[in-house]
Design a protein around this ligand. Structure first.
Ligand code: NAP
Length: 447
């Protein structure tokens, strides 16, 4: 028997567990998560109105319900939790699928003004992450600036423009629903520092913006045309060409009067967030121009965009896990085909998969082949790994050392509590947004 711990129950953790049990009938997997709820970014990152992507939870569920897989929620690994070295003593192998837990910074003046947030803070709030803080995001805002043109930027832009009729059927927590439906934000400016042919969003997500009720998407033809590839997209890779074609179509459409507007802006590099009465009031951008090599240079011309809310959506970043090597440059754990490298040498029994392995890129499905590569490496090492004796059930050892894992029945109890909460509010499932209600629900079942 090969006992494997997978740390993290998001898509990469679940796909790792799935590959392990599919490829080796002698493997037993514990999927550990610091939260009492599984599914990682599928639960706490995918936007609530993206129901189809959210339904991936049903696939991940079948993995966690596999007879040789156990979900152990509420178990923190590393600092203030179970040390990584202890985990290695309990399991033949450990696969870290801990994602990229923080957001990147802009490093410009005013970035931390009240009213300026990372997109992650905003996403966590409307996704009911128990660590999220209600910062009154939209309370004082009429105009919002979203910095960055990736899919997260599109998500938060869309959520700011959605109305009550579209948000109520989602599972978003009641305080976020109340705040967003009362929002007076009329203008959302989504701003890229490079050109339309270099935007990171995918076309499906981009197109969705034009389908929002009572909302008009505005693009400026002259600004788009600063990008040589905009004028002639024929040589662009398919994904970028499709984006440009969509933007070209919008640039040709006559403007209409709508209560809300999304302004897609390009070639503007943020240089400072400006304050009024101690809060953010505008973002100052420098106009950029293509440098001919895929980058941009400053032009010395500046523009200010009014904003009482700024969401910085410039990508995620991995954080070091105590006891594991870390590449500060890339925000990842150094590895060879998923095997952790310590000072360039393979560390037997330690593996990585997902964003902590390859950085925060790709869609959910990208994690499948990534996990498979890691699992293949692990199973190649299995003969060596099983020589190290691992006595008894690691769950008993974790419990004896003070951990109180939330097991699958505990999670099912949370699911029931969320269904009951939804019914009491006249909605469908509504997520529990704080640690106390989650743990009360989980323990109420007597996991
Ligand atoms: P991302 O795709 O890496 O986009 C980051 C954006 O921030 C880029 O436009 C980047 O511009 C910009 N940026 C970075 N540093 C900047 C700076 N200092 N100043 C101004 N702009 C800056 O990251 P993401 O949107 O967080 O998405 C992460 C991953 O999750 C992606 O793979 C994404 O596709 C995926 N995701 C998918 C979905 C979906 O499928 N529906 C939803 C959400 C997220 P440059 O290109 O110029 O660096």
């Amino acid at each position: 028997m090969l006992r494997v711990a997978v740390v993290g129950s998001g898509p990469s953790g679940c796909y790792t567990a799935q590959s392990l049990v599919q490829l080796d009938p002698a493997v037993y997997v514990d999927v550990l998560d610091r939260l009492p709820c599984p599914y990682g970014l599928v639960r706490y990152g995918v936007a609530p109105d993206h129901e189809k992507i959210k339904s991936l939870q049903n696939n991940l569920r079948t993995v966690l319900e596999h007879e040789r897989v156990r979900f152990l929620g509420g178990v923190r690994i590393g600092t203030a939790g179970v040390p990584t070295a202890r985990l290695r003593e309990l399991y033949h192998a450990v696969v870290y699928c801990v994602g990229a837990a923080t957001d990147r910074h802009l490093g410009i003046p005013g970035e931390d003004l009240p009213g300026s947030f990372s997109a992650t803070q905003f996403v966590s709030w409307y996704s009911a992450h128990p660590d999220a803080v209600d910062d009154g995001f939209v309370r004082a805002a009429r105009s919002a600036v979203v910095i960055g043109v990736g899919n997260v930027a599109v998500d938060v832009t869309r959520m700011l423009a959605r109305g009550a009729a579209e948000l109520s059927p989602t599972d978003m927590p009641q305080p976020a629903l109340t705040a967003l439906t009362a929002s007076r934000v009329t203008d959302v400016h989504m701003v890229g520092r490079r050109g339309p042919s270099q935007a990171r969003f995918t076309t499906k997500e981009l197109r969705e913006l034009a389908g929002l009720p009572d909302t008009q998407v505005e693009v400026g033809r002259d600004e788009l045309a600063l990008d040589p590839a905009y004028l002639d997209p024929a040589d662009l890779p398919a994904a970028q060409r499709r984006n440009v074609e969509v933007l070209r179509g919008w640039a040709e459409s006559p403007p209409t009067e709508t209560p809300r507007r999304i302004h897609l802006r390009f070639f503007l590099r943020p240089v400072e967030l400006l304050a009024e009465a101690g809060r953010v009031a505008a973002v100052r951008f420098e106009r950029t121009a293509p440098d001919g090599h895929g980058g941009v240079t400053g032009t010395g011309q500046y523009e200010e965009i009014e904003a009482q809310l700024v969401l910085r959506s410039v990508g995620y970043r991995g954080v070091p896990l105590e006891g594991l090597p870390f590449d500060e440059q890339n925000g990842t754990v150094p590895h060879l085909a998923g095997r952790v490298l310590r000072e360039g040498v393979v560390a037997p029994g330690e593996y990585v998969a997902g964003w902590i392995k390859r950085g925060p890129t790709g869609v959910i499905g990208t994690n499948r082949p990534c996990a498979k590569e890691t699992v293949t490496s692990l199973l190649e090492d299995a003969d060596i790994l099983v020589r190290e004796e691992r006595r008894g059930d690691p769950l008993e050892a974790l419990r004896a050392e003070g951990a109180e894992p939330v097991e699958w029945p505990g999670w099912q109890s949370i699911e029931r509590a969320e269904a009951e909460l939804g019914a009491s509010l006249g909605r469908t499932v509504v997520k529990l947004p704080d640690w106390q209600s989650l743990m009360t629900a989980a323990r109420g079942q007597g996991s």
